[in-house]
Ligand binder design. Structure first.
Ligand code: KG4
Ligand code: ZN
Length: 323
């Protein structure tokens, strides 16, 4: 059995999977409530909370899997990118568990983890595929050829990530943090044709969302409180439409240009109902595996060279990947 740990942002997560990709447990303890009043994740607060939660969450994951540490044969942990203090808690915990049991350890790249959410049972997706990875921290178009090889990056965001655009938009609309799911819900009651939010056209397969956020800011200011209250759902629907259009257009264009036979979508924004509906033939990560979790990290750890006992004590977390 593989024990996965994920603490790169504001979710403390642990999961147990089998070597062939069956999920035995997948525990996610979100800190969203804790960070809500600040309107975003406060790194130091997140690190402290991870420290409090990591052991109970691991215990719960083992308990749910009806397993003990003696059943674990491999540790997979997110080593980056993410909040450095938060990552360090997971990496230190994983090292300690692995070292105590003389087990091998795999440092997992968080983005590889999101892609590997597609490799779990019961409906694993087989490369090659063109993957849209859209989360709170990243927006990437990836040419995935093999489960174990880092994919070629075809496009990325020049400014905000798609999830960040959702979160900032939600904040402007007074919907709280994190805002993606809230916009998704409210948009269902609104008319997406009411407001025209232009999406920046940048060359190649890159994305840009910061202009969109500014357009919403001006619109909210122009409307005033009363009007905003009345038209909040229309604003949410129109704003969401613009983000989803940008994602879908770029993804389909990249699929045509690379001749990809299959499109896949992963990451927190892959939970968005409009995005899922807009790509009916795509392989979509299962809803519970879209937002951060440790099952996807355990999954990715199967395709990365493991580091044998004791050598991993020198492994470090990293905040960002060198470009
Ligand atoms: O993958 P994830 O959990 O964390 C990162 O690696 O960043 O993604 C979180 C992001 C947040 O920005 C959140 O607002 C967004 O995913 N999100 C959604 C939905 N559910 C979560 N965005 C749009 N629609 C949703 N239903
Ligand atoms: Zn993530």
């Amino acid at each position: 059995m593989i024990l996965g740990l994920e603490t790169s942002c504001d979710e403390t997560a642990a999961a147990v999977i089998t070597a062939d990709g069956r999920i035995l447990s997948n525990v996610v303890s979100s800190q969203a409530d804790l960070h809500e009043r600040y309107g975003g994740v406060v790194p130091e607060v997140a690190s402290r909370r991870h420290l409090e939660l990591v052991v109970p969450v691991v215990r719960e994951a083992l308990g749910e899997a009806e397993a003990g540490l003696e059943d674990v044969t491999l540790l997979g942990v997110t080593a980056g990118p993410g909040l450095i203090g938060a990552l360090l808690v997971g990496v230190a915990a994983a090292k300690a568990i692995a070292w105590a049991r003389r087990l091998p350890l795999v440092p997992v790249d968080h983005l590889h983890g999101h892609v590997a959410s597609l490799y779990l049972e019961p409906d694993p997706v087989e490369p090659p595929f063109l993957c849209l990875l859209a989360s709170g921290g990243h927006t990437r178009l990836l040419d995935v050829r093999e489960r174990g090889r880092m994919p070629r990056v075809l496009g990325t965001t020049l400014d905000d990530a798609a999830g960040e655009a959702f979160d900032k938009g939600a904040r402007l609309l007074g919907l709280g943090y994190p805002g993606g799911a809230a916009i998704d819900r409210l948009a269902k009651e609104g008319d997406a044709n009411e407001f025209d939010f232009p999406v920046a056209r940048v060359p190649g397969f890159d994305f840009s969302f910061s202009g969109l956020k500014t357009a919403l800011l001006y619109k909210v200011r122009d409307l005033g409180d009363e009007e905003l209250e009345r038209r909040r759902a229309d604003l949410a629907a129109s704003y969401q439409r613009a983000i989803i259009r940008a994602l879908v257009e770029r993804t389909e264009a990249a699929a045509v240009q690379t001749g990809a036979q299959q499109i896949a979508v992963v990451g927190g924004v892959a939970a968005n109902s409009e995005l899922r509906a807009a790509l009916p033939h795509a392989a979509l990560a299962p809803l519970e595996l879209c937002t951060d979790n440790a099952a996807m990290i355990a999954s990715a750890s199967r395709y990365v060279q493991e580091i044998p006992f004791a050598r991993y004590l020198a492994v470090d977390a990293y905040a960002s990947t060198a470009a």
